[in-house]
Write a protein that binds this ligand. Sequence first.
Ligand code: SF4
Length: 715
Amino acid sequence: SGNRSGIMANSTCPYCGVGCGVQVRLSGAGTATAASADAVLSGDPTHPANFGRLCVKGSALGSTLHSNNRLLQPNVHGQNCDWPTTIQSIAASLTKTIAEHGPGSVAMYLSGQLLTEDYYVANKLMKGFIGSSHVDTNSRLCMASTVAGHKRAFGADVVPGCYEDLELANLLVLVGANMAWNHPVLWQRIEAARERNPALKIVVIDPRITATAAAADLHLQLKPGTDTVLFHGLLAQLIRAQQLDSEFIRQHCQGFADLAADLAKQQLTLSAIAAGCDLPLSSVTQFYQWFGQEHNTVTLFSQGVNQATDGTDKVNAILNCHLATGRIGKPGASPFSLTGQPNAMGGREVGGLANQLAAHIDFTDPAKIALVQQFWQAPNIATKAGYKAVELFEAVARGEIKAIWIMATNPLVSMPDADAVKAALAACPLVIVSDIYQHTDTLDIAHIKLPALGWSEKDGTVTNSERRISRQQAFQPAPGQAKADWQIICEVAAAMGFAGQFTFANAAEIFAEHAALSAFHNDGNRAFDLSGLSTLSAAQYQNLAPTQWPVNAENPAGRQRLFADGRFYTPNGRANFIAIDVRALLQEKATIDSNKPWLLNSGRIRDQWHSMTRTGAVPALMQHRSEPFVVMHPADAAAEGLRDGQLVQLTNLLGAMRARLEISEAQRRGELFVPMHWTAQFSQQARCDVLFAANVDPVSGQPALKLSQVTLEAV
Ligand code: SF4
C-alpha cells in the first residue's frame, strides 16, 4: 500500500496554503486496513514545501482522526436516508427548480478545503451541464484580489516565484501577513535563512505588533488601509532616486510612462506618505532605502492586502514596484502571494470562481467557451460570469437563487454580514450541505445533509502557494456511509441525466481529464498547462511527486519560476503597470480618533483553523486561546475605565459579538482586533463576521474583512 519503505501514505496538511507534506506510517502490528488505530503522522522530509517540518496545527493532525462528531449518514428533511433515495431527491429537486425558474436559480458555494478533483466535477456539472455559472468559493474571501491583480499585471493568475526565493533574498517585505502564526513552516524557513545569512533584513508592514512584526528588523505599524499609499509612494521614490531597471521596463513592460506622469501629479513626497500612513518619516525613509538598494527582494503579501475594498489596487501597487525594478521570477527576487487555504489555487485551476469557466479560461472569449463545450460535450454551457460570493448570497436573499449546494465550508460564520447570510439561507427553499461533521452552524440549517470524506479518507490533489501540486493519499477507511465529494456530485449528475460525462471511477481519472482540458485549450500563451500530466497511469498518479505547474513539453518536470525571460501572458507578452490614484487616501485624517466608534480588524490566531470544526476539538490547540477575545491599547482601556479580562460587547448596525478584553500595546490607539474563528457552536455571540459589512473590492469582489466600525461597552 505504500510507495516507500514503511510509509503507508503521502499526504499534505489540510490547513494553510504552505502545503506541508505529511508522511503516514504504521506503528506496531498495524495493517493498511486497520490503519486508523496505528497511523503515525510526521512531516515529510522529502517534500519541497516543508522538508520534514510541521507547525503546531500540522503536528496535532493525528489527534483529529477519530472525531465522534462525524456525519455518518445522509439526512433529508430531518430523516436519516439511504444514498440512492438521497441522490434521487437532490436530482429531482434541482431538475424541478431548473424547469420552473431556469438554471440561474441553482448555485454552488465551494471551498479551498476541497480537493482539485472534487472542485473539477462540481464546476463541470454546474457550468457545463446545469448551465449556471453561480459557482463561487470561499477562496473569494481569501485570494480574489491577488488573482485580479495578477491578471491585470501579468495577463494570468500566476505566482511568479517559489519558496526557495524566500531563502535566497536579502530583503523580505511582509505586508499584511502574520507568517509566524499563519504560515508557520515558511516562517521557520525564513528564520533558518536568517541564521545562515545575517545580512537578510525583514520588514513587516502591519497595523498590529504581531509575533512576526516583533521579530522584524523594521516594523511599519501603519494606519489600516494605507498600504497602497506606502507602495505607490515607494514607486515614486524609486523614480526620484533613479533606482529602476529601465532596460527591463523598456523591453518587457507597458504603461510605465503614463503611470510615472500620473504619479508626478500626486505629489507623493516622503513627508506626505509618512503623514498619510501615520508612520514616522524615519521608518518610511529606511524602508525605501533598503528596497531601493537591494535587488534580491521578495515582497510577501496575504489577507491584510487582499481583504480590502481596494485589495486589487494594493496588489498592483506592490507588483508595480517589482516590475519597475525588474525583480520578478529571478532567484531571490519576486513578489509572492501567500495563499490562505490548502487548495485555494487548485480551485482556481479548475474554474472554481464564478468569473472563470475552467482551466484558467474566463468568459471573455466565445471561441474558448466553445472549446470547453466541445471538450466536455456539454449540453448547457454557461456563457457569462456568475455571482461572486457576496452577490451570490444576496441573490439567495432576494429569492432569485432557490437551491444552493454548499460544500466543505461554513458561510454562516465566515461571510461578512453573517447574520444576513444566515437569514438568506434560512429562507432559501433548498439548502444542501456536504460536510464531514454532524454539526456546524451552516449544516444545522440545511434541508439535506451529505456525509463527505475528510482528510485522511479522501484521495486527490491540492496546489499550494508556490504552484506546487501535491497528492493527498487516503489512508483511513470511509466512516459510516461517507463518500468522496466528487462521487456524490457524479451520482447526482447521473441522476439528472448526465451519466455519460460523469463516469469517473476514481480521482486519477478526474485529474487526467482536468490535465487534458488544460492542454486542449492551450494556445502557447497560457501559464496554466498540465499537458505533461494528462497521460499519467493510475500508478503514476498514485505516486505523483510534488510538482510546480506548468508541466508540459517545455517544462516536463514543472517549473520553479515564471517570467525570468521577461515574457508575460498578456496578448503582446508585456507586463502592465497599473495606475492608481491615492490622493483620496492621503487626504484622510492621518491620526485615528480614539473616540468611538472603534476601528475593528479581524484575523487568524496561531493554533486554530477557520471555524474550528477540526482544531477546536483538539485540547492541546485550545490551550493557546480558549475563548474569543478583543485586543485594545492600554491607553484606550484606561480612558474607557476597562480592565483586562473583562467581558465586553462589540456592536454595530449589523450585529453584536461578546468577547473578553485583552489589553495590549500590540494594538494601535483607537483600533481593536478580534480572532475570526469562533462560531455559534461555542457561544451564540461569538461570531465576529456579523460585524463586518458586505463591502467588496469592485474589481475582485473580495469582501473587506479587515475593517469595520463598532461601539464597545462592558457587559
Ligand atoms: Fe499545516 Fe500550514 Fe502548519 Fe504546514 S504551516 S503544518 S500546511 S498549518
